[in-house]
Ligand binder design. Structure first.
Ligand code: HEM
Length: 505
């Protein structure tokens, strides 16, 4: 029989053996990595924002200050000026490499796409979205992408009828006296949720037609998104986070969308059985999904994913753009002069593509205020970035598995070596006559296999609203005394809204 005195040395031996194995594996991995880095000519990243190597707590005071002053992105730009175009940072449990080098961004998003994943995005988004194109990786994402992408062909995007119906709703809410102040930002968010639900569900939530208290879905969706952000910021601590209102909002959004899934499945089944009385006229995204898959939860999840990816983004673009247009009356006048070529008729899809100054304004807004200003990928295996290492920042950099590589488009889009000394200014003319020949230096819609599927839809929608507003109003005057300030949530928009006065044409 065993006695305690027998067990104790055995346990000690087992522990010692485990320790030896762990140490051996760690040493082996250390040398393998060193050899890997040497073979690729890697040099350490010279600049490091945090000196505390454990939790990086020394960065906390300025992070909090920048948050309080709503200057996170501006402070990020200062950091790149101080530490160079690529530097490292320790953020609690994460070690990150931060970069504004197009070559590095091209590598993580395209060339070495398979070496990276989207990190723990699913954990934060799942309660609202389920698992779909926006919040999954690997095989799941591949099948989602194959399912979603065919729904964004030219024909599906070129039907502008619903944009015009909603413009009429928008115009009916805008003051026409040239003196009453209106916040366009709020109305643009309502416009885009109406158009997105019309496109995805075949029926708009009609938020422009309702008062705030009637807008249950839109309000629940807003709150649910705030909770996504909170879960994302908490990281592993989110297991302790309880928010009953968020649970309720997730339920409202998903149940609301579920009815359209049921309708879509029913419509597709009726059509197959030849029972449908009228052939479908209008393109409806949910019906297209239901004709390709029968799993209702999957349809619901994909619809939620696309709704989230598509709604705030376009609204933020419009809000940022109109903020700057209202501050730049000469740009507004030029826009109106170009739009006058339509002689008052509403634009077609082809018209929108030929209005070059309209395109320049959209490009310039997305450059100066990219609505997804920062993004990140996590290394799934040991890998290499092409630049950022060594004192001159020109050598490759070793990226150990698990490292976050963060890229900052807000700062990259303001690099004077790409955009000139006036990079901080809103000047749509810089895009005229193909003066800027850019590839990975300009990336509002991301690049590589995960490039935004809704890019064409978004630019068509934003262009449509811009042209119709320019036709309707001869004067757009800013009522915000200060400059544009950031409001950084899931997307980037103006902290003070877009307060303007409008004078009809
Ligand atoms: C100005 C408007 C928009 C901007 C700036 C924008 C930007 C982006 C960016 C940067 C991503 C990449 C996110 C990442 O991989 O980390 C993305 C992905 C995506 N966007 Fe957009 N987006 C816009 C509008 C839209 C619209 C209108 C839709 C749909 C109606 C849409 C649907 C999607 C989807 C489904 C993805 C996920 C693609 C994937 O991971 O494969 N976006 N978008």
């Amino acid at each position: 029989m065993w006695t305690f005195s027998d067990v104790h040395p055995r346990l000690a031996l087992a522990l010692a053996a485990t320790l030896v194995i762990i140490t051996f594996v760690a040493i082996q991995r250390f040398f393998a990595r060193r050899e890997f880095a040497r073979r690729h000519g890697c040099q350490p990243v010279a600049g490091s924002l945090t000196k505390d190597p454990f939790l990086g707590l020394d960065a906390l005071p300025w992070t909090l200050r920048a948050l309080r002053q709503h200057r996170i992105l501006e402070v990020n730009c200062e950091l790149f000026r101080t530490y160079g175009n690529t530097f490292t940072v320790k953020e609690l449990w994460n070690r990150a490499i931060v970069t504004v080098e197009p070559e590095n961004i091209k590598t993580i998003l395209s060339i070495n796409f398979k070496d990276y994943g989207i990190g723990n995005r699913l954990d934060s988004f799942k309660p609202l979205l389920g698992a779909g194109i926006f919040d999954t990786d690997g095989e799941h994402w591949v099948s989602s992408r194959a399912l979603i992408r065919p729904n964004f062909t030219r024909d599906q995007v070129a039907d502008l009828t619903s944009f015009e119906d909603l413009i009429q709703d928008l115009f009916s809410l805008l003051p026409h006296d040239g003196v009453t102040v209106v916040d366009l930002q709020d109305l643009f968010f309502r416009y885009t949720i109406d158009s997105a639900t019309e496109f995805l569900f075949g029926q708009s939530v009609g938020s422009l037609k309702k008062t705030e208290s009637e807008n249950t879905f839109a309000e629940a969706f807003n709150y649910a998104q705030e909770a996504v952000l909170t879960r994302g910021m908490l990281g592993p601590l989110k297991v302790f986070y309880r928010d009953q209102k968020a649970d309720e909002c997730n339920r409202i959004c998903r149940e609301f969308t579920q009815q359209f899934v049921e309708k879509a499945v029913h419509a597709v089944e009726s059509e197959k059985d030849g029972q449908s009385e009228t052939k479908r006229q209008k393109y409806i995204f949910s019906h297209a999904l239901a004709s390709r898959i029968s799993d209702k939860t999957r349809i619901l999840d994909e619809l939620m994913n696309v709704l989230l990816a598509g709604r705030d983004t376009t609204a933020s673009l419009l809000s940022n753009l109109f903020f700057m247009l209202a501050k730049n009356p000469m740009v507004w006048d030029r826009l109106r002069a170009e739009v006058a070529s339509l002689q008052g008729r509403i634009p077609t899809y082809e018209d929108l593509r030929t209005l070059k100054y309209v395109q320049c304004c959209l490009n310039e807004s997305l450059r100066l205020h990219p609505v997804v200003p920062r993004n990140a990928r996590q290394a799934l295996r040991d890998t290499v970035l092409p630049v950022g290492g060594g004192k001159d920042g020109l050598s490759p950099v070793f990226v150990p598995k698990g490292t976050l590589v963060c890229y900052n488009l807000y700062a990259m889009h303001r690099r004077v070596d790409f955009y000139g000394p006036d990079a901080e200014e809103f000047r749509p003319e810089r895009w005229e006559n193909g003066q800027l020949q850019l590839r990975w230096e300009y990336l509002p819609f991301n690049g590589g296999p995960r490039i935004c599927v809704g890019q064409r839809y978004a630019l068509t929608e934003a262009g449509y609203v811009l042209v119709r507003m320019a036709q309707e109003y001869k004067k757009l005057e800013s009522q915000d005394p200060g400059p544009w300030e950031e409001s950084l949530a899931l997307t980037l928009c103006s902290r003070n809204g877009t307060k303007v006065c409008l004078t009809p044409a």
